[in-house]
Design a protein around this ligand. Structure first.
Ligand code: SAM
Length: 331
């Protein structure tokens, strides 16, 4: 497995930027821990919360998108909808898509070892299984048609999901455009592009009050963002606004890029994608916890205990709000 990982890390390195190489190496090297070990994580409350957020977004927007999907064949009245999961990682969302009654799923990720772990997880899924295809691909450099058989791309997708992944595309404009082309090209009109991404505005609000002489970094015991130089508000680059990100027991100083929302939405419109939803994670929690289904899910997913007490300490709760959830509609 180690040799394979090294091969995977090295293959394609000619084409890859140094940062992409670091991202691939990082995610390929992270072990796929079982449920028991996962429970021991020092940030298990935050991990469960992030999973709850993704469940909420998938339930809210997949339902809406699947309603417009072609009807399932007779005898299979429940499952419908076709999903592209870009940056699927180790397949952490497969069960969520199963619950959303997806009919067909395509999972792509730049980290080949993770893709194999995702495929294995799909094979182990209990209950009614949907059709699935997996492939390793740099989704910000190559067209998805280069690894997905053309028959799989027809009919088009009802949903494209990018969870905690899209910001890696903002290294430069070319990558961001290839990412958006891959999202939009095989998404049907009326289909939904949904995801989670660090909130550029929140990051800038944390960064800009820092004095010019202090270290251009902020965080707490759980997370840290470190910028290379102190970029003051209004003087930031649109693309390639780089920082390294540390998240306890999850991300080890991996290069990431600020996604400046207004630039992103303008660019997305060039690919017929229009913003319909944008909420910070804290706000999603406040608005969706009252929902009967999502409220019950908070306990089942152990975000809160049976008395409704949060399983996150203050530092985890702050780290949770680095992110926002979004949805776009293809028109
Ligand atoms: N979406 C999964 C989830 O929510 O569990 C994984 C999230 S993980 C934080 C980010 C993922 O993005 C990693 O699996 C990484 O390999 C993937 N990624 C980063 N750059 C990528 C690229 N250029 N093309 C495809 N996947 C990429």
């Amino acid at each position: 497995a180690k040799r394979k990982r090294e091969d995977d890390d090295e293959s394609g390195s000619q084409k890859r930027s140094r940062d992409s190489g670091l991202v691939v190496h990082h995610y390929n090297s992270r072990p796929d821990v079982g449920v028991h070990e996962r429970r021991e994580s020092p940030i298990i409350g935050l991990k469960n919360f992030n999973n709850w957020i993704k469940s909420v977004l998938i339930a809210k927007f997949a339902k809406r998108a699947f309603e417009g999907a072609p009807p399932p064949p007779p005898g299979d009245l429940k499952s419908r909808g076709k999903v592209l999961d870009m940056g699927c990682g180790k397949g952490g969302d497969l069960q969520k898509w199963q619950k959303a009654r997806v009919r067909e799923y395509v999972g792509l990720d730049i980290a080949a070892v993770s893709v194999e772990q995702a495929r294995f997880r799909w094979e182990q899924l209990r209950g009614k299984k949907f059709a699935a295809h997996f492939a390793a691909l740099d989704c910000f450099v190559e067209p998805i048609a280069s690894v997905i058989p053309s028959a799989t791309l027809i009919p088009p997708f009802d949903v494209v999901s990018m969870q905690f992944c899209m910001h890696y595309a903002f290294e430069n404009e070319t990558k961001a455009r290839i990412m958006l082309d891959n999202v939009s090209k095989y998404l049907r009109k009326g289909g939904v592009f949904l995801g989670t991404v660090p909130n550029g505005e929140w990051i800038m609000n944390r960064l800009s009050p820092l004095s010019p002489t202090s270290e251009p970094a902020f965080g707490n015991s759980v997370y840290r963002l470190t910028f290379e130089e102190h970029l003051k508000k209004r003087k930031y680059p649109t693309f390639g606004h780089r920082y390294t990100f540390f998240l306890k027991d999850a991300v080890e100083n991996v290069p990431e890029y600020v996604v400046h929302w207004d630039h992103f939405t303008k660019l997305a419109e060039e690919y017929s994608l229009y913003s319909i939803y944008r909420e910070e994670f804290h706000d999603i929690f406040q608005s969706e916890r009252e929902d009967k289904e999502f409220g019950a899910l908070l306990q089942r997913m152990k975000v809160v205990d049976s008395r409704g007490v949060s399983q996150m300490d203050e530092d985890q709760w702050e780290a949770a709000n680095i992110y926002l959830g979004f949805a776009f509609e293809k028109r």
